[in-house]
Ligand binder design. Structure first.
Ligand code: ATP
Length: 242
């Protein structure tokens, strides 16, 4: 059974339907990359899984249990951590305080401040500094660390590389690879296709609220992904697989 199952999910903002009948599954220990152009509905889907956006229709299941009606804080306790787009740290709190704020949400498990610093060693000298004084890459590391501090079963990572210098993206993804190697289940949104294909077992491509392509990262043809990404005709001819 999948750890996460999304079934026929619809999400709306008033009359605008941002997510249209999306179904996807993430198995325990799997890394799935959600890709798609701006406005495809990726963030809305992530927020709906985390309980931050109530869906109009459809279901979200964790380990087979329907959690669609559970509020976000209860989903954190069940093991879903969302690292939101834009990081959303407490700017005036130190790195350590930002990490510890999350620790109260879900206890038990391997993640604590020490473990986060082992994965993100470049945060060690920053531990007692306000988050606002950190570089973008360091802030992203704190945001991921804060997610890990809840000892999640499923880590939702929205646009970890957004606005970061390539060297910072490399550092964040190196650390993320360590987290994944340890067996973390990850659903991530990534604009950088190369990066997504490198880190993920499976790729799901959204276009205008729908899943238009889905497959193993290793076996998907890059041209087909690019076509699906931009909604070009050849992608449709190639089938959705979803
Ligand atoms: P991006 O890469 O730009 O973040 P995305 O794939 O994550 O794009 P969403 O942010 O989920 O896409 O947006 C999906 C659709 O919903 C878009 O048409 C967007 O304009 C719209 N939308 C997103 N947030 C809101 C909101 N708060 N109010 C109204 N419409 C919204």
């Amino acid at each position: 059974m999948s750890l996460l199952a999304v079934e026929d999910l619809d999400c709306r903002y008033g009359l605008l339907q941002a997510v249209r009948g999306v179904s996807l599954q993430v198995a325990e220990g799997e890394t799935v990359a959600l890709i798609g152009a701006n406005g495809a509905g990726k963030t809305t889907l992530m927020r709906a899984i985390a309980g931050a956006h109530p869906p109009h229709a459809g279901r979200v299941k964790l380990d087979g249990t329907d959690i669609t009606s559970l509020p976000a804080h209860t989903r954190v306790r069940r093991g879903i951590a969302l690292v939101p787009e834009g990081r959303r740290l407490f700017a005036g709190l130190t790195v350590e305080e930002n990490l510890r704020v999350a620790a109260a949400s879900r206890t038990g498990g391997r993640w604590n401040v020490q473990a986060v610093l082992e994965v993100f060693p470049f945060l060690k000298p920053r531990l007692h500094m306000p988050a606002a004084t950190l570089s973008g890459g360091e802030q992203q590391a704190v945001a991921i660390g804060r997610g890990l501090m809840t000892n999640p079963r499923l880590l939702l990572l929205d646009e970890a590389s957004l606005g970061l210098a390539p060297v910072a993206v490399d550092a964040v993804y190196r650390s993320l690879a360590d987290v994944i190697r340890e067996g973390m289940t990850v659903l991530l949104v990534e604009q950088d296709l190369g990066r997504a294909l490198k880190v993920a077992d499976r790729v799901v491509c959204m276009l205008e609220g729908r899943v238009v392509l889905e497959g193993e990262a290793r076996s998907l043809d890059r041209d087909r992904i690019v076509n699906a990404y931009f909604g070009l005709r050849r992608a449709a001819a190639g089938g959705t697989g979803a």
